[in-house]
Design a protein around this ligand. Structure first.
Ligand SMILES: O=C(O)CCC(=O)C(=O)O
Ligand SMILES: [Fe+2]
Length: 345
């Protein structure tokens, strides 16, 4: 795509709600005044004693599929540098970001826009721009990343290391919560996990009631660690059938379970629908670090969590490549991917 088209496609140069089409049909609009924000998801202090920590994490995974963590061990200073590096990337001129713009999902490093397309409806572009690229725990991946902003490669490498350690700790706690050995989930997700960074930029929007920043979705991976801008609300999560807003807590990460943990836990832990909304005054950034299986991994309910009488398997086992293929097939719709792998009882 050439940069002139990109300027329009990324939607914020110039800021206009009319071209391309950012305006959602009425039934898909956010109805922001109906969304409460107080105490929406649990906040868990990772410094607590292990027993109560496992209990709290387990309860949050069962009831919410989402929680925030504080005292997580990643330094505030590094988080600030990571946020600034991403912010500097989105501040690059459109021509420069535009060289990475593509609709091709197989490209590991790419800038793109999300969209929604209902049956027989016009395509609606989301009021955001997304920059996705791999991260790794051991391999050097930084040569894949842009050389501009100049600090980007170094900061992401440092951040990835810290997030890798936190991911591992969270997976242990979640395994323990399910009554499994601490390394069970990490082992089942596999040795060579699929690790993707997704940085989302939401520019201020002239009318946040008409559009969304990201469509309603569940994360397709296993676990997500999300850092969000301070002082700007944007993330909404479904709780008991209603939307609630996640208030950004200083120095906290938002943790959410992806579809693969819902399947591995045989439905005990939830991968919950969420969306991002826009706001009028301030730009907002969120940085999601995804951890999931690679394409060759078999995923299905963990044997120890299944029995014939009370806990029959809710999903069939599948190759993660097949899950991904189904995910891409449902592009633009309110995806029902894991439902395709559900067993009827
Ligand atoms: O911006 C947010 O808070 C949500 C991001 C998100 O859900 C995602 O990247 O999958
Ligand atoms: Fe998400």
């Amino acid at each position: 795509m050439d940069t002139a088209t990109f300027k329009l496609a990324n939607g914020y140069t110039p800021l206009s709600l009319s071209s391309p089409n950012f305006i959602l049909p009425e039934d898909k609009r956010p109805f922001l005044s109906q969304v409460p924000s107080l105490d929406s998801i649990p906040i868990i202090n990772l410094n607590e004693d292990p027993e109560s920590l496992i209990k709290k994490v387990s309860q949050a995974c069962e009831e919410y599929g989402f929680f925030q963590v504080i005292n997580h061990g990643v330094s505030e200073e590094l988080c600030t540098r990571m946020m600034n590096a991403v912010s500097d990337f989105f501040d690059l001129p459109p021509q420069e970001r535009g060289t990475l713009f593509t609709d091709d999902k197989t490209k590991p490093v790419r800038v793109s826009n999300y969209h929604i397309k209902g049956k027989g409806e016009e395509k609606v572009t989301m009021w955001s721009e997304t920059f996705a690229h791999p991260w790794h725990l051991v391999d050097d991946f930084t040569h894949l990343l842009p050389q501009n902003p100049p600090q980007y490669r170094g900061v992401v490498a440092e951040y990835a290391k810290e997030i890798g350690a936190l991911m591992s700790r969270l997976l242990s706690l979640i395994s323990n919560g399910l009554g499994l050995d601490k390394d069970c989930l990490e082992t089942r997700i596999g040795e060579n996990p699929r690790l993707v960074t997704q940085a989302n930029y939401y520019p201020p929007c002239p009318d946040p009631e008409l559009t969304l920043g990201l469509p309603v979705h569940t994360d397709l991976n296993a676990l997500t660690i999300l850092m969000q801008s301070q002082g700007v609300i944007g993330l909404h999560v479904i709780k008991d059938g209603k939307w609630v807003a996640v208030d950004p807590v200083p120095n906290a990460f938002v943790i959410n379970l992806g579809d693969q943990i819902q399947v591995l836990s045989n439905g005990r832990y939830k991968s919950v629908h969420h969306r991002a909304v826009t706001n009028k005054e301030l730009p907002r950034i969120s940085i999601a670090m995804f951890y999931g299986p690679n394409k060759d991994t078999m995923i299905g309910p963990i044997d120890d969590l299944v029995d014939e009488k009370e806990h029959p398997p809710l999903y069939r086992s599948y190759l993660f490549a097949d899950f991904l293929a189904e995910f891409y097939k449902q592009e633009g719709t309110r995806r029902m991917v894991k439902e395709v792998f559900q067993l009827q009882h």
